[in-house]
Design a binder for this molecule. Structure first.
Ligand SMILES: Nc1nc2c(ncn2[C@@H]2O[C@H](COP(=O)(O)OP(=O)(O)OP(=O)(O)O)[C@@H](O)[C@H]2O)c(=O)[nH]1
Ligand SMILES: [Mg+2]
Length: 235
């Protein structure tokens, strides 16, 4: 039996079983930003502790599931990666569908990639939801001598847009895990508040005795079938 809670936007990917001990969480997180800012290498560093000095542009969509420990709970972050370059990208709406977190990446040594942030935010909000937990990531922190975007500029933009902010280096690992953890922790905190509310609801109405709690937001503009294709909702 299932019941649904719709409180904050679209938390479709959060699956929680009723038993405290077997709670299982799966969060879909998307990587976005211009080509060659280092999205795939951030994921490779985070998921496998690898770095590719000469990586090629991503073609289509890839994802990796990474287990994380947040407040003693095991969380699975399903991190999606696609090409920054339009012509290599797969169906955009499917990529974003069901996402509850996003890393919006630019390269601190290429201002042009920072200037694109507004466009990426528009795309994110068009295809997902204003409530997607988002961090602005200035990558390639190791290229200090070639820096074109100051830390202050990044921070200011993040504050103006209500985003978390961090500078990272996939090359030397600086802040890579921290950036992913910031997003996952915040999603978890939002979810925990909802779980508490749902437990309260259950107390008030014992007929809601489901085995699984599905936190789900408003239906997408797209069809349900397509939504199933885009989201990957097993845990
Ligand atoms: N110095 C430095 N180079 C990096 C860093 N992260 C990635 N790179 C390099 O930047 C280039 C592009 O990295 P990718 O991870 O392929 O970039 P991407 O954003 O996935 O690019 P697309 O798939 O085309 O969208 C590669 O040559 C990487 O080795 C970093 O933190 N520091
Ligand atoms: Mg890539």
């Amino acid at each position: 039996m299932f019941y649904r809670v719709t409180i904050l936007g679209r938390l479709e990917m959060a699956f929680v079983s009723e038993e405290e001990k077997t709670e299982d969480y799966l969060f879909k997180i998307v990587l976005i930003g211009d080509s060659a800012v280092g999205k795939s290498n951030l994921l490779a560093r985070f998921a496998r502790d690898e770095f590719y000095p000469n990586s090629k542009s991503t073609i289509g969509v890839e994802f990796q599931t990474q287990k994380m420990d947040i407040n003693g709970k095991e969380i699975k972050a399903q991190i999606w990666d696609t090409a920054g370059q339009e012509r290599f990208r797969a169906v955009t709406s499917a990529y974003y569908r069901g996402a509850v977190g996003a890393l919006l990446v630019y390269d601190i040594s290429r201002r042009q990639t920072f200037d694109s942030i507004g466009r990426w935010l528009n795309e994110l909000h068009t295809h997902s939801d204003m409530n997607v937990v988002t961090i602005l990531v200035g990558n390639k922190l190791d290229l200090r001598d070639a820096r074109e975007v100051s830390t202050a500029e990044g921070k200011t933009l993040a504050e103006a847009q209500g985003l978390f902010f961090m500078e990272t280096s996939a090359l030397d690992s600086s802040n890579v895990a921290a950036a992913f953890q910031t997003v996952v922790k915040e999603i978890y905190n939002i979810l925990s508040r909802k779980v508490m509310i749902s437990h309260e609801l259950k107390k008030q109405d014992p007929s809601l005795n489901g085995e699984t709690l599905v936190l789900q937001g408003d239906e997408d503009q797209q069809s349900g079938t397509e939504a199933k294709k885009g989201g990957c909702c097993s845990s």
